[in-house]
Design a protein around this ligand. Sequence first.
Ligand code: AMP
Length: 450
Amino acid sequence: MSFQTLGLGPKILQALEEAGYTKPTPIQAAAIPLILEGNDLIGIAQTGTGKTAAFVLPILAKLKESAADGHPTGTRALILAPTRELAAQIEENVRAYARHLRVRMAVIFGGVGERPQIEALKSGVELLIATPGRLLDLMGRGYGDFGGLRFLVLDEADRMLDMGFLPDIRRIVKALPRKRQTLLFSATLSREIEALTDAFLHGPKTVEIGRRANPAETVTQRLYEVPKTQKGALLLHLMNDPAMASVLVFSRTKHGADRIARSLERAKIPAVALHSNRSQNQRIRALNAFKSGEARVLVATDIAARGIDVDGISHVVNFDFPLHAEDYVHRIGRTGRAEQTGVALSFVTPEDRAPVRDVERLIRRPLPRCEAAGFDLSAPAPAAEPSHFRTQRSETARPPRGSARPSRKESGHAQSGNRGSASHGGKPRAKATPTVRGLPGGRTWSPRGK
Ligand code: AMP
């Protein structure tokens, strides 16, 4: 299968060649012909499968086909996405694929000034990418012309539902022409998603790539059982491996994300944090620093990381194990994208036992337990820690489970440090000193950088 056989037109093919795409991904090969034929479509695919191009390419081709109809100005294609980051990334993709076409397009999301967005709507944009809240707000005030709309895309529909956008989406869709082509993409097919497709789609075809909730085959997964107090030190230790070149670290909380990023920075590891307490400009700066390689680590919360489209993320680190098994799948899907390989490392404490079991059940395989060679779990744990790293009294009293499991050796981490002590049976001391010493490279871990 090649892009040439899909009927996308020479200008799109040229852009794809320039983007370095040699052949369609499975979701593209399956979805593009169905969309070009005019079908409504349910696409079950995770981020990283090439799903954006799967809907953008045929829409661009069809928009250009019908451009000669002399259709009145107004929006012909509307793409709804859950987060500003995802909306901005879809825009970036559309611009790349449409670089040899003349397509008036705009992106609309909250958290930034609305004036330019209103101007764009007034001037008539053919293709609009938007988050539901800001779009509904502007539509409610009479902006936008959707009378000639032909394509509606609901991207990451599962996440839009999780984020409570259903009422907004219903009101937006109500204001759109009924005769249109609707495409819905979701990582999972839940009952709620099925209800949405029943309401908004007509006789849809379904394309499902990979088993539902199956993490990308290209991602190697490992678990590290570690006391809470040692997570920070373990991260620094692992970062000694030069293979950890572009690392996305997940924190459960925004404050935790800030703390982790600051601690890495203090250890001279360039890191940035991304979460919803940051202004839009700070978020864009953080993402750009990570994309350009200026920051080796991006620390993010689940919501903020939604739809992050950065190629070549070498490692995903679950600093905090996710509470929901599906978030695990979303997280690790950030690496191993578009047929590259990736590694997902999860730090787990005894209290993560139930969520780990949930993940193993969901992906239908056990997560391999590992020991970080050269990392001394029995080293003194930091005493005066920020709450994010603090171990509860009950946990310090007992050792983490599964202490003596055989491990896969971490080749990249084995060069230095105290190899003999990487057992998981070590108990954090009750009275600890403020730093973890003995990290390779002479580093110490100090949560407050003192
Ligand atoms: P997505 O799942 O849409 O977020 O896409 C994941 C990544 O794969 C994006 O960075 C795209 O640029 C890239 N990509 C999409 N389609 C292809 C393709 N056919 N060949 C190579 N890379 C692709």
